[in-house]
Design a protein around this ligand. Structure first.
Ligand code: NZQ
Ligand code: ZN
Length: 387
């Protein structure tokens, strides 16, 4: 196991009606708050009104309309509002897009130049406004981590930035807020959580027993509870497990001690940058094709472990046959939960595969991934995703 620093920092208020504690949480940071949210789901499900009733003594400035795959233009508007109104604290209510957008706004409030600089280089982030989140989608782990992913669709760029300073101070996780999610967001969010696990579980670092057993537990929870949540959207236990899985899958618990470049995420980020698709859908499409592509003598044992411990496959003498079964199970699961599993189904043809592959390798450091990939490899993987 490699050396690491694990600093679980965010105060997590988990469970039904935890929002009642919002005033107490916010009190620590000041009275002028920038409320950041997306396209309006929080108005339909009542969270918006609840926030206003709880924060009646606060001066609330609003930034609405944060896009899925949040845009740098929205970040700029948020920074402008923070500077104009001397905002003390940011309250992000929504999924990963709203939280990520809020993180870079929080950093941009202390930065004199264009916040896109902070997306390109997280080391420029020296000070941030405090961030409190109310999570409404189980997926990214942004509610407890240091990352933010921002898009510039004019230039077809989507980059992740990172700073410990952007980790939320507190996050409210009420599983009942997930009841109103469209089925595809429940499914895509689950695929995202699973991908965060896969990116570290399949690692050159072999000696990380405890991280791998945590990982398998989270994967099993995703597999079990996503299907239940789709059948019964208001099943509390299912939503609670998915919500906690979201936070645990990307807060350092499973990835610490296994640092290396990720694979499916950089590839997916190019798909979103060029075609603005849902992150978890892109990941689900790429993942089984990537798994098959990198299956070899060096990697087969981890796929066997994965098949046995996660999918309960009986051990077989033919390791490759078993590994293929585990990958098939993964692909079947994504199909069963309703994710379109080819690029053509989400409107992507082969016309930009080359440029996307080039950028994924260049910006994603894919040569240092679990199995080192070059541009030609990514082209092959993406071609396998077409149909
Ligand atoms: O905008 P509203 O109206 O709120 O609707 C949203 C949006 O359309 C809707 N939604 C969210 N909660 C809902 C709801 N609808 C009904 N009921 C609810 N309770 O869902 C849609 C998608 O929301 P979004 O925030 O975009 O989804 P997600 O949480 O999957 O975030 C995706 C973004 O996060 C980035 C992705 O690349 C993408 O930009 N990521 C961030 C990471 C991080 N910060 O660590 C890591 C991830 O790997 C990922 O890259
Ligand atoms: Zn992700």
């Amino acid at each position: 196991m490699q050396n690491f620093i694990f600093h679980a920092y965010t105060k997590m208020l988990f469970g039904k009606d935890q929002i009642e504690q919002l005033p107490e949480v916010m009190d620590a940071y000041g009275k002028t708050v920038l409320l950041v949210y997306g396209g309006g789901s929080i108005k339909k499900n009542g969270i918006y009104d609840k926030v206003y009733s709880l924060l009646k003594n606060w001066n609330i400035i609003e930034l609405s309309g944060v896009e899925p795959n949040p845009r740098i233009t929205t970040v700029r508007e948020g920074v402008r509002l923070c500077k104009e109104h001397n905002v003390d604290v940011i309250l992000a209510v929504g999924g990963g897009s709203t939280i990520d957008c809020s993180k870079v706004i929080a950093a941009g409030a202390y930065y004199d130049k264009d916040p896109w600089d902070l997306v390109l280089d997280g080391s420029l982030i020296k000070e941030v406004l405090p961030i409190v989140t109310i999570l409404t989608l189980a997926a990214t782990g942004s509610e407890m981590n240091k990352n933010a992913v921002i898009s510039n669709l004019e230039t077809n760029e989507k980059f992740g930035t990172s700073s410990r300073l952007m980790i939320p101070q507190a996050s409210i996780l009420d599983p009942t807020y997930l009841y109103t999610l469209p089925a595809i967001q429940t499914a895509a969010g689950t695929a995202d959580i699973m991908s965060h696990i896969f990116e570290a579980y399949f690692s050159r670092e072999k000696d990380a027993f405890i991280q791998d057993r945590f990982s398998e537990g989270i994967l099993k929870a995703c597999i079990k509870y996503c299907k239940i949540a789709l059948q019964e959207p208001d099943n509390y236990e299912a939503r609670a497990n998915l919500m906690w899985a979201s936070s645990m899958a990307l807060n350092g618990l499973t990835g610490s001690g296994k640092e290396h470049s990720w694979t499916c995420h950089p590839i997916e980020h190019e798909l979103s940058a060029f075609y603005d698709i849902t992150h978890g859908v892109g990941l689900a499409i790429v993942t089984p094709r990537w798994m098959r592509y990198i299956l070899n003598q060096d990697t087969v044992d981890q796929f066997v472990t994965y098949g046995h411990n996660v999918w309960d496959l009986p051990m077989e003498e033919d390791k490759f046959a078993m590994a293929h079964k585990a990958i098939d199970k993964t692909e079947e699961f994504f199909k069963e939960i309703g994710i379109p599993m080819t690029l053509s189904e989400v409107g992507i043809d082969d016309s930009k595969i080359e440029i996307m592959a080039e950028k994924a390798v260049k910006f994603g450091g894919l040569e240092n991934a679990y199995v080192s990939l070059k541009k030609e490899d990514v082209i092959n993987i993406l071609k396998n995703c077409l149909s």
